[in-house]
Design a protein around this ligand. Structure first.
Ligand code: ATP
Ligand code: MG
Length: 355
């Protein structure tokens, strides 16, 4: 059988990143040979420990190897210094910029039938208030601070297009017989164009235009003002399939949605650009539980699956999701954040067995 080789950069980072990224590697290695997939792994450095050792939180070599050699990556977590340190800046923000990973994709899904939730939040990752162009000046009545909110047609179009493609892909998986709470593909565009008619107005207009393309004719498109979106997200989360949002609203919505399904240790994400995907658990480096072998590896295992989806290996991704769901549904080997007693190692072993 023809086999595809995928080269994956592994960036454990700090804290529990070092405990969960090896689990991500193991699940990729444990995928059945019948999928025709081979993995090569490259260990790469980034994070606060790297900063202390080398003076750079994101060494050039890490960026270079990811750019020139890798198809995808798994990123653990990095600690931030508690007091600002000269020369330190967040490696994940640097990676998103340098690799043009313009989308942050966060699937949020419940397991079991009580309060079913199955949505994907697609957050624009390059602009909006995150251009970080701020200034403070003395006004006639005292200090004033301002920030630029930049929205471009190009970035809005490509993020909405990605949301549409994700909706179509999810529909295809449903049609192949996977159980789902959704009947058809739906994209919800989130904005606040009633107040910000130019910036959010452009996001809204460009998103609608992108989703009006012929290839998305089977996708239902709706829009929601972000405040009412939050209300509905908590009252009726089952109503959402794919949500697309500018950077800041997407950030807030995705943490809010993660709270709907319980532990941070369960929620995956991926940073996606054209032809590259980097899986990243939503949690941080969790210094309070590091080194105890109790970190929940599921967010990372699911992040490996999201990465595979964007590398067009949906079948492999589905197998990982199913193995994780089976572990959670049975509920016998759960880590302490889910009320269980199992170690990281035991959870990983149980999920690998189910694979
Ligand atoms: P950072 O500054 O790196 O974000 P943090 O102190 O904010 O670190 P988080 O990683 O954001 O810590 O975690 C917040 C809380 O959730 C912590 O109490 C942590 O122990 C818990 N937590 C996070 N990830 C996991 C996980 N994978 N398994 C179990 N508990 C977790
Ligand atoms: Mg945190």
């Amino acid at each position: 059988m023809a086999s595809r080789v995928l080269r994956i950069g592994l960036i454990p980072g700090d804290g529990i990143g070092k405990e969960v990224i090896p689990a991500g590697r193991r699940i990729l290695e444990a995928l059945p040979a019948s999928l025709g997939l081979k993995f090569e792994f490259v260990d790469l450095k980034a994070g606060f420990e790297t900063f202390e050792q080398t003076g750079a939180a994101l060494p050039d070599k890490t960026v270079e190897v990811l750019k020139t050699e890798c198809d995808g990556a798994l990123f653990g977590a990095v600690s931030s210094p508690t007091t600002p340190r000269a020369g330190y800046s967040s490696p994940i923000v640097g990676l998103r910029k340098k690799l043009d990973l313009y989308a942050n994709v966060r699937p949020v899904k419940s397991v079991g039938s009580k309060n079913p939730i199955d949505m994907v939040i697609v957050r624009e990752n390059t602009e909006d208030l995150y251009v970080k162009e701020e200034k403070t000046y003395e006004g006639p009545n005292g200090k004033v601070a301002e920030a630029i909110k930049r929205i471009s047609e190009r970035a809005s179009t490509r993020i909405a297009t990605m949301a549409g493609e994700i909706a179509l892909r999810r529909q295809k998986i449903r049609e192949s017989g996977a159980p789902s709470i959704h009947k058809g593909p739906l994209v919800t565009i989130t904005h606040k164009s009633n107040v910000l008619s130019q910036t959010d107005g452009l996001f809204r207009q460009a998103s609608k235009a992108a989703l009006a393309a012929e290839k998305f004719k089977s996708v239902a498109v709706e829009e929601q003002i972000v405040d009412s979106m939050v209300y509905k997200l908590f009252r009726q989360p089952e109503a959402y399939d794919v949500i697309v949002a500018p950077n800041l609203y997407g950030d807030i919505l995705s943490d809010g949605a993660a709270a709907l399904v319980g532990s941070l240790g369960l929620v995956p994400s991926a940073n996606v650009g054209d032809g590259f995907a980097m899986g990243e658990p939503c949690h941080g480096s969790a210094p309070d539980i590091m080194g105890q072998n109790i970190a929940n590896p599921i967010a990372t295992l699911r992040s490996a699956a999201v990465m595979l989806e964007f590398l067009n290996e949906e079948k492999a991704a589905a197998m990982i999701y199913a193995a994780v769901d089976a572990n959670l549904e049975e509920g016998k080997l759960l880590s302490p954040d889910l009320g269980g007693k199992a170690t990281t190692e035991e959870v990983v072993a149980d999920i690998l067995k189910r694979l």
